[in-house]
Design a protein around this ligand. Structure first.
Ligand SMILES: *Cc1c(COP(=O)(O)O)cnc(C)c1O
Length: 376
């Protein structure tokens, strides 16, 4: 009996290389793209362990939980780390990065998360990239939550290590991920005695045995199902048009925000400035005196398929996440989320106005369409 994801023909080197080239086109990059056989944490960790060592002075920008993890890895590599942390309900500014370089001119590595699905903010990478380039530092970017939801342009922005995953806005698999690597970043790794070799974390192994060897023989059996799923999701993004997919996410974010503001009941956008709110997910502040996890549980009891979650860790009591990415970046999905949250607020005795929320959400959706953010 045939099965859609069993008994697949073996993946050839040529097929694998073609999927890498497709990722490169999506990112509009001429850098080497390495698809790694694991979830995005694999290239995120591999890129830091490959480049950082005791000689590294790093500026680690913390705008959410991933930045904290990167700082831990950098310290483990022996790097001197200057953390630039901003409150999680805002974005970092290029001016803050400039000040950090002024205080520590020896900084040679900058790590940044583009958009944070966990906290709902997005950072101005292009402007920050200008500052990083002026100082000649290596620029590492986690674009897992931004790719597909907003432009990610490593070459234009001077990003040396740009990590993506397909599981958020691209609506793809979580089991494989990719990193684009600049010539400078390869050189830094080659000169780093601590860079992993003969290791699952080794980007240099992939360079030596795959990229530099002409991509004719795969060093290991690829994660075949995830690779064809990645190819399918890239194809789907290309067919819809990457701009249209990004526009759909921007509309979902704008509509969610407008709907929440009209809903009332004490629910508020977590990220105060709409320009700093990520298109991938909208985070909300639970009304004073309520528990975000309990509100989400109520909403999910009515419909477990809704893309709602409470904040992670310490934020579980106060933050609600509307994960309007991939298939959920649509008007019906965000409307259903707000309706369920409105009902949960009403259950708690809070005066919310679901009809006003629906109207505001629809108007914002249409207005975003008028502003050129086309395609429902
Ligand atoms: C989702 C995400 C990742 C991937 O991590 P998971 O915990 O496996 O989802 C990495 N970085 C950022 C910024 C993300 O939002």
């Amino acid at each position: 009996m045939t099965h859609p994801f069993l008994d697949l023909a073996p993946m050839t080197a040529g097929h694998f290389a073609a999927i890498e080239d497709r990722v490169a086109r999506l990112l509009d990059t001429r850098q080497d793209v390495v698809i790694m056989q694991g979830e995005a944490l694999l290239p995120l960790e591999a890129a830091i362990r490959g480049t950082a060592g005791p000689d590294t002075v790093a500026l680690n920008i913390v705008t959410g939980p991933y930045g904290q993890t990167f700082g831990d890895w950098l310290r483990e590599c022996g790097a001197t780390v200057h953390d630039l942390a901003v409150p999680f309900d805002t974005a970092v500014t290029a001016a803050q990065v400039r000040d950090a370089f002024a205080a520590h001119p020896e900084i040679g590595f900058v790590s940044l998360v583009h958009a944070e699905a966990a906290t709902g903010n997005t950072n101005p990478v292009a402007e920050i990239g200008d500052v990083v380039r002026e100082h000649g530092a290596l620029f590492y970017l986690d674009a897992v939550a931004s790719v597909g939801a907003e432009p990610v342009l490593p070459d234009a922005w001077g990003v040396d290590l740009c990590v993506i995953g397909a599981q958020k806005a691209m609506g793809g698999p979580a089991g494989v991920s990719a990193v684009s690597v600049s010539e400078r970043a390869w050189a830094r790794m080659a000169a780093n005695p601590g860079a992993p070799r003969r290791s699952y974390l080794s980007l240099l192994d992939w360079k030596e045995r795959w990229t530099d060897a002409g991509r004719t023989a795969l060093p290991h059996a690829p994660a075949q199902v995830e690779m064809v799923a990645l190819e399918a999701c890239l194809e789907r993004v290309e067919e819809a048009g990457a701009d249209a997919v990004m526009a759909r996410h921007a509309r979902a974010a704008a509509a969610t925000r407008a709907g929440v503001l009209a809903l009332g009941g004490g629910l508020e956008p977590w990220v105060r400035d709409a320009r700093e709110a990520a298109p991938v997910a909208t985070t909300l502040r639970a009304p004073a005196g309520t528990d975000a996890s309990a509100l989400v549980a109520r909403a999910l009891a009515a419909d477990p398929a809704l893309p709602l979650a409470a904040g992670g860790g310490a934020l579980a009591g106060e933050m609600i996440r509307v994960n309007h990415y991939g298939p959920h970046a649509g008007r019906a999905s965000v409307a259903a989320c707000l309706a369920a949250l409105g009902a949960a607020l009403a259950d708690e005795g809070l005066a919310a106005d679901p009809e006003a929320a629906t109207r505001a959400l629809g108007a914002a959706w249409d207005e975003a369409a008028g502003a050129g953010l086309s395609n429902a």
